[in-house]
Write a protein that binds this ligand. Structure first.
Ligand SMILES: [Zn+2]
Length: 130
């Protein structure tokens, strides 16, 4: 008897016969749709990194560390760090700690939605996803 999971196939939108199919390298549960045989991972775990690590990266970035320094400190691909910084520049998570948010606003890194953005974060790094 297979376990019933309330998830939806991203391809055929079926909610039945979605079976577990191992895990991703990051530890997220993968599923397979028995209807269309699509294998997928619902709610991927932040592309493999915890939110905490991402926040650390942002915090270090606001401390004027370079992307490469951050990547070395956190043992994260600097490409990923660049992507996170860009992500946060356009979409701050709602649960961002007030201290970081405040620093971000003071630094001009982040502008609350009620005010127009003053400047854009520019990096010389490519933002290709890994
Ligand atoms: Zn399907």
């Amino acid at each position: 008897m297979e376990e019933i999971v309330l998830i939806e196939c991203p391809r055929c939108q079926e909610r039945t016969a979605q079976i577990r199919d191992g895990r991703t390298p990051a530890g997220s549960q993968r599923y397979r749709c028995k209807h269309c045989r699509t294998r997928y991972t619902p709610s991927p775990k932040d592309r493999g990194y915890d939110e905490e690590v991402r926040l650390q990266a942002l915090s270090l970035y606001l401390d004027d560390l370079s992307l490469r320094e951050i990547s070395r400190l956190l043992s994260v691909n600097h490409q990923s760090v660049a992507n996170w910084i860009n992500d946060y520049a356009t979409h701050m998570p709602p649960n961002l700690p007030p201290s970081i948010l405040e620093i971000a606003i003071l630094d001009g890194f982040y502008t609350p939605p009620t005010r127009p953005r003053r400047r854009k974060i520019g990096t010389s790094e490519s933002t290709n996803t890994t």
